[in-house]
Ligand binder design. Structure first.
Ligand code: NDP
Ligand code: 8X3
Length: 249
């Protein structure tokens, strides 16, 4: 029986690329997100068995119902990619929009926790499984106006460490992958649909693509059973830190 990967936030960007890559390597896929039309289109385009689950990771009961309701043939999840996440806004803390903060905290921290809380017991029963949490360079450094987004990604870093400690006795692997700038819908979401502002983020240098990150996600699953990459920071060559970018022109 082929392995199963569950990818949250598979309707776009890194999650979609990861789903495509795992499918190309023969995995069966559980893909999740809120946009049902995109999930269905992705499902149709993948040459493997796919289960599409529409839920908002912020809704604890919906997450629990989706995972508990998995058909028996889909419960043996080998790889969980906790990818669903977002930044909303970029402003000084003292001018921050509380609703933006709540969206980031509820999605990036609580959503990741809800999904993990429901999937980990399934892995522990089988004494194997690999959880890959998508953090960010924003979880390693704090940059101006990044305050709450950086806070949520620092939390992903800490939660990944805690998850590794708590599940090591059960043979579970936990990897955190922290990308720098990746050109996806991320900045369009951050700037609330302002495409000009979003495009400016990636001007003058070559950012990572979603596929670049997907390849790292897949790579960490290919190590032998006794070896694990705990933490991986993946940057564009032109990016030295959260704030130091070498731009042409
Ligand atoms: P995209 O905006 O392209 O994709 C985000 C994905 O997250 C979408 O599939 C979206 O699905 C899903 N998502 C967002 N909110 C929710 C929610 N409440 N419930 C369920 N799914 C949700 O961005 P990226 O691919 O770039 O982002 C993926 C991850 O990578 C995020 O965690 C992000 O923080 C992180 N990251 C991104 C970087 C970048 O520069 N792009 C760099 C470092 C980390 P839908 O809207 O259909 O629900
Ligand atoms: C996304 C990268 O630098 O915009 O996590 O925070 S950054």
């Amino acid at each position: 029986m082929s392995k199963i990967a569950l990818v949250t936030g598979a309707t776009s960007g890194i999650g979609e690329a990861a789903a495509r890559l795992f499918a190309s390597h023969g995995y069966r896929l559980i893909i999740t997100g809120r946009r049902e039309d995109r999930l269905n289109a992705l499902k149709e385009s993948l040459n493997t068995e796919v289960l599409a689950l529409v839920f908002d990771v912020r809704q604890q009961q919906a997450v629990e119902a989706a995972i508990n309701g998995l058909p028996a043939a889909w419960k043996d999840i080998d790889v969980l990619v906790n990818n669903a996440g977002l930044a909303v806004g970029l402003s000084p803390l003292q001018e921050g929009v509380v609703d933006d903060w709540e969206r980031m905290i509820d999605t990036n921290i609580k959503g990741l926790l809800y999904v993990s809380r429901n999937v980990l017991p399934l892995m522990i029963t089988r004494k194997k499984g690999h959880v890959i949490n998508i953090g960010s360079i924003a979880g390693k450094e704090v940059y101006p106006n990044g305050n709450v987004y950086c806070g949520t990604k620092h939390a992903v870093d800490a939660i990944s460490q805690g998850m590794r400690i708590d599940t090591v006795q059960h043979g579970i692997k936990v990897t955190a992958i922290h990308p720098g700038a990746v050109e996806t819908e991320f900045s369009i979401v951050r700037f609330k649909g302002d495409e000009e502002r979003a495009n400016a983020v990636y001007k003058g240098f070559e950012p990572l693509t979603a596929k670049d990150v997907a390849e790292s996600i897949y790579y960490v699953t290919t190590l032998p059973a006794h070896a694990n990459i705990n933490d991986l920071v993946l940057m564009p060559t032109a990016q030295a830190s959260a704030t130091v970018l070498h731009r042409n022109g």
